[in-house]
Design a protein around this ligand. Structure first.
Ligand code: NAG
Ligand code: ZN
Length: 421
């Protein structure tokens, strides 16, 4: 199944056919071009574990209800308010007793940021939702949780910042052209969830875990959108719940768990393969590190992170046995793509739930590559080809048009949509 037909089928199944006219469903769709992949912003200094503007502030203990948790929450809010001011920020709060805090009600605060096409009522928007948990484990004391899940949060922040400008340009162009009703693309928004209280305080049970996601899924499943909305609840507006967890160790192994989202998994796998072929993956053994790499040296075998790319997923649901924040959503019928490093042979990364899961044990090339891969996936899902500035990698000597003229050119000449600007 191709990306577009997969996406369409999922959309048709998850919404009521007929409420939205799908007269031109394929029109705007394109996979991102090589030029776009080459020009995606890289996180660079922002992922520095000591001084990086995005990652470093998350690398501290952030147990729910503690000052560290508040500090990280403020970091998220500051980032969106300053760098992504067009996003709507929301907190979803709850409290719960835990096995280690006696009668005290511990507060859990989920951070949600959403950006929709400016002309659409929120009940009519289907969204790509990128989620990760931001809390860290109560014990062992001093636990940082760099892969679990500081890095996934940072990767999502980087990816959203990297596509934000293109979203603005695309929606402005669509608005101007009058493309504001009718097609699927005109009703697609994007959302970030940083979830609290994923970790168990004592030992994982149904009640000592997933505090934030259980509360959020329950509340959003019950919150009904205005009548006549396309989607009944904010939960049913989630077209794909993409959960990132345990990312940042070297050589991750990502399995595909759900038949109904395997097409999305495969489209990410295709992007991974293309990034590797374009030598844009710093963690690759074939990444050109030095100028004087011997030209006769044999290429090493190129690994794949998304190991199930060519596998056929036969059963509807593979029993991974992995409990994570997707479960409260999955139980309510939300489509899930679970991007978690879990090898079929060796399981989770070796630092998992140990004091070694800190900044110093991250593989920074891998972390950076995750930033690029998730950015590319989001750009492709949001159909941002032609709106991400590729001027700096343009190989032709012509002077690049200013961005606004490129958009105008694109609008006026449908043929250019299929080509790289
Ligand atoms: C939820 O908690 C956050 C952080 O403490 C706070 O800023 C926000 O006002 C709360 N929201 C609601 C609706 O209570
Ligand atoms: Zn964990």
């Amino acid at each position: 199944m191709t990306v577009i037909s997969g996406r369409l089928v999922r959309f048709l199944l998850s919404t009521c056919l007929g409420l939205i006219s799908l007269s031109r469903p394929n029109e705007a769709y394109s996979v991102v071009s090589d030029g776009t992949l080459k020009s995606l912003p890289r996180p660079d200094q922002d992922f520095d574990i000591h001084t990086g503007g995005i990652l470093a502030p998350i690398l501290q203990p952030r147990v729910p209800g503690t000052p560290g948790s508040t500090a990280v929450l403020n970091h998220f809010a500051d980032f969106f308010r300053h760098s992504l001011p067009d996003w709507q920020i929301e907190f979803q709060n709850s409290t719960s007793k835990t096995p280690v805090t006696g009668d005290r009600e511990v507060p859990f605060v989920n951070f949600i940021a959403t950006r929709d096409p400016p002309w659409v009522a929120s009940g009519n928007v289907g969204r790509l939702t990128l989620a990760a948990h931001y809390d860290s484990k109560y014990k062992p004391e001093g636990f940082i949780g760099a892969i679990d899940s500081a890095v996934p949060c940072a990767v999502i922040m980087h990816a959203m910042r990297s596509i934000d400008d293109a979203l603005t340009k695309k929606w402005a162009a669509m608005d101007k052209a009058g493309h504001t009703q009718g097609s699927l693309d005109e009703h697609t928004g994007i959302q970030v969830m940083f979830l609290d209280g994923e970790e168990a305080f004592n030992e994982w049970t149904a009640t000592d875990s997933l505090y934030g996601s259980r509360s959020l899924a329950q509340e959003w499943g019950a919150r009904v959108n205005p009548s006549m909305s396309t989607f009944k609840t904010p939960l049913s507006s989630i077209m794909l719940f993409m959960l990132l967890d345990l990312l940042g160790s070297k050589d991750p192994k990502i399995q595909s768990y759900f038949k109904t989202t395997h097409w999305a998994y495969q489209s990410m796998a295709t992007i991974e393969k293309r990034l590797r072929e374009l030598k844009l993956f710093k963690s690759s053994p074939n990444y050109p590190v030095t100028e004087n790499r011997r030209s006769d040296s044999k290429a090493a075998e190129e690994p794949r992170w998304l190991i199930d790319a060519t596998r056929e997923i036969k059963s509807h649901y593979r029993h991974s046995g992995i409990a994570d924040d997707h479960l409260p959503f999955l139980e309510r019928g939300v489509e899930v793509l679970h991007i978690i490093d879990s090898s079929p042979i060796t399981g989770f990364p070796t630092v998992w739930h140990t004091l070694h899961d800190d900044g110093d044990h991250l593989d920074m090339n891998t972390v950076e590559d995750w930033g690029v891969l998730i950015t590319a996936f989001a750009a492709e899902w949001m159909e941002l080809e032609n709106f991400i500035d590729t001027a700096d990698v343009k190989r032709t000597p012509s002077v690049p048009l200013p961005r606004s003229e490129k958009v105008a050119e694109w609008k006026n000449n449908p043929d250019t949509r299929k080509t790289e600007l």
